[in-house]
Design a protein around this ligand. Structure first.
Ligand code: AHR
Length: 645
């Protein structure tokens, strides 16, 4: 095969070409990137009835010495459930370890020796309080950190940070906020947080939080997972879904106003599509902060008044439209504006760089969509003409029947389908240069018939070919502006969707092959595409090319030099000799810097916790012959290679 590269003919790749899509699915945020260790910290997950269930919390001691119930007795109006414990034993009759409750976290809390954890809890007691807060291994045997809480006087209402107490309800008085720091004397990835006492009486607990003190920039994000995201150099962050935005029932969709402000006052909600409760510690402000910390532009997917089951008629959509406008003012309004001042009060006076709004997710098929969309679109453009509006309708096959800047395209298919899709956007109309561009915001090889498992190398190789087609194809670039893989994260204990780029548990994480494929594109956004043409004999029965290549030139800021990177997918199971033939560049000025190869023996290979690096890129010097204007290299069978020149 020969790749002809003309370095004198270039065109820019969009500056936000490559990014990530974060959805609250598979416990990606709750029990994942968001470092909060306590699950259901306000006891709201069981619902607002009395008594509610306390799960996932568990009891220490049994009914003879303790009874536990939930009561509508919290001092927080927005999350009224609290836990009530009646302790029937005394210092002489209670078990030596005391009685009380524990929280198992999200399949175990990762407690690490020497590290400090900030515990906050709201408490009310019928008498003097003598209790212990501790991290204990999940079997209850080993205590890795503890602190005594002893208060000798009966609580009076201490005020402080306890706000919203309903003065009229006698029983909710006398709450106070306690904060302790626990420093771990040992490590265990499967711990629980315990609250125990040997004091007779009644104790109410609410809003219990345990946060590691070392989170990314102190912003609450788990550091190891953040580092994996930073390694992708994403230029945009689409959030927070996905179906999560919509909800099966609209009442369970993502409503940003309920996710901002003091964490204790956030009501939390059931994400009923992926079926788990979120305390919404990772709320709208945190998502914007996440984008900023990643150096990525936020792409905010708003609820367009459409859940999977129920939708709001266009005549009644006004409040949803206002919610969108308010969310934009919150993100980028001046600190003197109504919502901008809230952002400033919450610690971020500087506006966020919000330039993209996606109106709904996969809602184009709904009867209400076009009507609703137009209301959102018009209001958006009237107040914020610079914000790009993203439609849910497919503009690749025929022009959209409504105005938009981008249209959302989701591409889940088999490996062969993904290879076929390398031609997807060739057919898209180019007659109107102002027509909306495609935002391929979700793509992945998912077809279970092909045994994609939890993310095989074979699937990822087809995705690499697809990404190259978006990056390379001069025509495709006219119509494709942005691309991101989906889903991004999975907590191995709650796999709702496969594959997912990053797999984690309480203390470990690894990337599947699809994650590593994405790392090959981290310099693509804003780079220059060099005109190239691949000549190869190889064609399959389906006429889908099995060799794909692209050439880009980009500025290496660290080394302060221009680089050329040639990326090639060899989807065949034979070695290929590739001649790289250059025009418009002096070969003498080219250094064979390094080659990075992602390959393995078997297309079914995948990474696991047991072998997280089975399929990872290997970097070495370039083994090449330079002859005249050609560089000759070998492409391994079934491989993805990047040559840095
Ligand atoms: O990525 C998983 C799901 O796939 C998303 O929630 C949805 O947008 C799509 O159907």
């Amino acid at each position: 095969a020969t790749l002809y590269v003309d370095a004198s003919s270039t065109r820019p790749i969009p500056k936000n070409f490559f990014g990530i899509f974060f959805e609250e699915i598979n416990h990606a945020g709750t029990g994942g990137l968001w470092a909060e260790l306590v699950s259901d910290r306000g006891f709201e997950a069981g619902g607002h009835h009395e008594p509610s269930m306390i799960s996932p919390w568990g009891m220490i001691g049994d009914e003879t010495v303790i009874s536990v119930t939930t009561e509508m007795s919290s001092c927080f109006k927005t999350n009224p459930i609290a836990l009530r414990m009646d302790i029937h034993c005394s210092p002489t009759t209670c078990p030596p370890g005391g009685v009380g409750v524990y929280n198992p976290g999200y399949w175990g809390m990762n407690v690490e020796e020497g590290k400090t954890y900030k515990i906050v809890l709201y408490i009310r007691s019928s008498g003097p309080l003598d209790a212990v807060v501790s991290f204990v291994t999940s079997d209850g045997t080993d205590m890795l950190a503890f602190s005594h809480i002893t208060i000798m006087t009966i609580f009076l209402y201490l005020g402080g940070r306890v706000t919203n107490c309903r003065a009229e309800a006698e029983k909710v008085k006398n709450w106070t906020r306690l904060e302790v720091r626990l420093q771990a004397t040992g490590s265990n990835p499967n711990c629980r947080l315990q609250f125990t006492t040997r004091q007779t009486g009644t104790i109410w607990l609410d809003q219990v939080s345990a946060m590691p003190t070392d989170t990314y920039k102190g912003h609450g994000f788990r550091i190891d997972l953040m580092e994996m995201l930073l390694n992708l150099k994403p230029r945009f962050l689409r959030f927070p879904g996905g179906c999560y935005v919509e909800g099966n029932w609209l009442s369970n969709g993502f409503r940003w106003k309920e996710t901002v402000g003091p964490w204790e006052e956030r009501p939390g909600h059931l994400g009923d599509v992926w079926n788990y409760w979120s305390d919404d510690g990772l709320g709208y402000l945190e998502y914007l902060q996440l984008a900023e910390d990643l150096g990525a532009e936020p792409v905010w997917v708003i609820n367009s008044g459409e859940g999977h089951v129920d939708q709001v008629d266009t005549a009644l959509i006004g409040p949803f439209v206002q919610e969108m406008l308010d969310s934009i003012e919150f993100a980028r309004g001046s600190p003197n504006s109504t919502w901008g001042s809230l952002r400033a009060k919450l610690g971020h006076p500087k506006p966020f760089n919000l330039k993209y709004i996606a109106i709904g997710n996969e809602n184009c098929g709904f009867r209400t969509y076009r009507g609703n969309y137009l209301k959102f679109y018009k209001a958006l453009k009237k107040s914020y003409p610079d914000i790009k509006a993203i439609s849910n309708c497919d503009g690749s096959k025929q022009p959209l029947d409504h105005p938009a800047d981008l249209y959302d395209y989701h591409n889940y298919t088999s490996a062969e389908g993904m290879l076929d899709n390398t031609r997807l956007f060739e057919k898209a109309s180019r007659s109107n240069p102002k027509a909306p561009k495609a935002f391929v915001s979700e793509y992945a090889v998912t077809d279970p018939k092909e045994k994609v498992g939890n993310g095989t190398f074979g699937g990822a190789l087809a995705e690499a070919a697809f990404l190259l087609s978006l990056e390379r194809n001069r025509h495709a670039l006219d119509v494709v502006e942005m691309v991101s893989y989906a889903p991004l994260f999975v907590n191995e204990n709650d796999r709702k969707w496969s594959p997912d780029a990053i797999v984690f548990n309480s203390h470990q994480a690894y990337g599947i092959s699809s994650y590593w494929v994405q790392t090959f594109f981290k310099e693509s956004s804003g780079a220059l595409l060099l005109k190239s043409h691949l000549k190869t004999q190889t064609r399959t029965r389906s006429k889908t090319p099995h060799v794909h290549a692209s050439a880009i030139s980009w500025l290496d800021h660290q080394e302060k030099k221009n680089c050329i990177t040639i990326k090639v997918v060899n989807y065949q199971n034979t070695t290929i000799e590739l001649n790289m033939s250059f025009k418009g560049v002096d070969l003498k000025s080219i250094h064979l810097t390094k080659q990075t190869i992602l390959t393995t023996d078997d297309c079914q290979d995948e990474n696991t916790f047991e072998n997280p690096t089975k399929v990872v890129p290997q970097t070495s010097s370039i083994k090449a012959k330079v002859e005249g204007k050609e560089i000759k290299v070998e492409l391994k069978p079934r491989s993805f290679t990047a040559f840095d020149l």
